[in-house]
Design a protein around this ligand. Sequence first.
Ligand SMILES: Nc1nc2c([nH]c(=O)n2[C@@H]2O[C@H](COP(=O)(O)OP(=O)(O)OP(=O)(O)O)[C@@H](O)[C@H]2O)c(=O)[nH]1
Length: 144
Amino acid sequence: MEENPTWIPVVALALRDASARVLLQQRLPHKHHGGLWEFPGGKVESAENPRFALVREIAEELGIRIETTKLSPLFLADEAGVEAGPAGVVLLLYTCREWRGAIAGRDGQQWGWFTLDEAAGLPLAPMDGDLLSRLKILDAVAGQ
Ligand SMILES: Nc1nc2c([nH]c(=O)n2[C@@H]2O[C@H](COP(=O)(O)OP(=O)(O)OP(=O)(O)O)[C@@H](O)[C@H]2O)c(=O)[nH]1
């Protein structure tokens, strides 16, 4: 095993609508995990604040504005938990219920609102599946 491996921070958003559905998008076919569904987001750039990285990624991918102050951190997933691989991706999930603007798949990706049960029936990227399982537990505890 590498002695001091590096990591790749990735931020993701569980955007919830008034019915507590969650927004998921489908990864484009040519990408890693192409065709699988994920929480929108992306890589944090070097030394970038993760909340600001998420605001940037969400504007780029969905054309909407979210506020750093309206984000709540939830939990993380890492590759060791779900898939073997050297890349060291760590996915940090935030949630938010407010946004401004009309949602659009700016990269041409499919997206939709799903109940957590519907989301669990989709083919999900591995770490997103892990995060969704935790979100279901959190909602159950919160009585949603
Ligand atoms: N959402 C998600 N990303 C994952 C998983 N596993 C994994 O290696 N990744 C990697 O985490 C990164 C997510 O960042 P991204 O969404 O900006 O990546 P991307 O493919 O659009 O852009 P890229 O071309 O810069 O890699 C990608 O490199 C993706 O391949 C996973 O289970 N879920």
